[in-house]
Design a protein around this ligand. Structure first.
Ligand code: ZN
Length: 413
């Protein structure tokens, strides 16, 4: 922890877990809970950074794997870091690249080859797929999904790349597992992720000292353990008290395989064991019921590609559920996507116009739809934060989810 990075908890729910708070970074504050906009390749697809700020996103998360392959983390470093390179003055995150190394590197599927003897049952290999990512105790060797080049990621390589990218918050290199992996493999994976966390802290301490002229970059551990309570608790406890060369983790990511129906329970196991005064980031969720469950269990920040990805496919979120603006019933719908939405798109455009843009395959369709979905998601999490601070979390949750999921059943696609 450094003077330029801190987390201050605010209001706390009656369960003692869910909370609001403020993360201070060298590039500004993040009021939590907060949804972090995803800018995988140093751009939030289809929208200007000014628009990302205008729709209320407090921070942007980019991906170390993608930026390592293209344009190269050395180029981002020379540009003055991720924020300067992409013209985003606010706080930034990078994820470690572990997920993409093992999923994209293996052919856009979660198809992993495990080199460890005796783990044949854990080979999650789709039929006909080539094994492109190989995990061993030292790191992962993978083939670029862009040009077939061979690369190797280790904890030290991930730390070098993320220091070059220069984000305010980075994640330790971890091993991705899926719910298809056996209990035995999950145990080994938690051990491997812990060993990698130790190496990440050491590499981080060394690079922080060598680059002391740069703003401090916080490092979050990643808690794995899938659906197993003992593994999640142990991983959280071990990472929480880990210190290498005077360097401890500044926060914690909760990653890996999560069963949707047990999301709140699993996050709760982790937050039970994690220090209350450090932030927790939940990787990769954006459905409204998941936000409420995770926030009640003590998660503070979130990122997910879904709101912008589905927007580019004409799927739009409203408080009455999600609908597709491509369907014929919107041809003459001269009304905003959502009446009470305060986004740029809803203030100026109709469903009929968006329907036309998508049918005509115009680029502006993606831009306008992304603005709405990102605003919807950011605003939902902002409203949840406010409900925690005003003591109305339960009432807001019941009202929001009742309407959202009732709407989803009654709105035809
Ligand atoms: Zn809107």
């Amino acid at each position: 922890m450094s003077a330029s990075f801190s987390f201050t908890p605010g209001a706390v729910l009656a369960n003692g877990k869910g909370r609001s708070g403020v993360i201070d970074t060298p590039h500004g504050q993040i009021r939590t809970p907060a949804f972090i906009a995803v800018g995988t390749k140093a751009t939030v697809k289809a929208v200007l950074p000014e628009t990302v700020a205008e729709l209320g996103a407090q921070a942007v998360l980019a991906n170390a794997y993608h930026l390592f392959l293209q344009p190269g983390s050395d180029i981002v470093d020379a540009a003055g870091g991720l924020g300067a390179f992409m013209n985003w003055p606010g706080p930034t995150f990078t994820d470690s690249g572990g997920f993409q190394v093992m999923s994209l590197g293996a052919g856009f599927k979660k198809v992993l080859a495990m080199d460890t003897v005796g783990l044949a049952d854990d080979d999650v290999i789709a039929e006909g797929k080539t094994r492109l990512a190989h995990v061993d105790d030292d790191g992962v060797t993978f083939t670029s999904h862009l040009n077939g080049d061979r690369h190797r990621f280790t904890p030290e390589v991930s730390m070098r790349i993320q220091h070059e990218l220069g984000a305010d918050i980075m994640f330790a290199f971890d091993e991705l597992t899926t719910l298809m992996n056996t209990r035995g493999y999950q145990e080994q994976s938690v051990e491997r992720t812990h060993a990698w966390a130790v190496r990440c802290l050491a590499a981080h301490a060394e690079r922080t000292a060598a680059r002391s002229h740069k703003p401090y970059q916080a490092l979050f551990a990643v808690v794995q353990g899938a659906q197993y309570e003992d593994l999640r608790r142990r991983a959280s406890r071990d990472l929480a008290c880990l210190e290498v060369e005077g360097q401890a983790f500044d926060g914690f990511g909760i990653g890996g395989a999560l069963e949707k129906e047990n999301l709140g329970t699993i996050v709760g196991w982790c937050t039970d064991e994690l220090p209350f005064d450090k932030p927790r980031h939940l990787l990769g969720i954006s459905e409204p019921d998941d936000f409420f469950a995770a926030i009640a269990a003590g998660a503070d920040t979130f990122d997910c590609v879904m709101p912008s990805r589905v927007a580019r496919n004409a799927a739009l979120y409203t408080r009455d559920g999600r609908f597709n603006v491509n369907t014929a019933r919107h041809r003459r719908a001269f009304e905003p996507i959502e009446d009470d939405c305060d986004c740029y798109t809803c203030a100026r455009y109709t469903r009929a116009y968006l329907h036309h843009l998508f049918k005509a395959k115009e680029m502006l369709a993606s831009t306008l739809a992304t603005i709405h979905n990102e605003r919807f998601t950011v605003r939902l999490v902002d409203d949840i934060r406010e409900s925690i601070e005003t003591g109305e979390f339960d009432a807001f949750r019941d009202e929001f989810l009742g309407r959202f999921y009732a709407g989803r059943r009654s709105v035809t696609q």
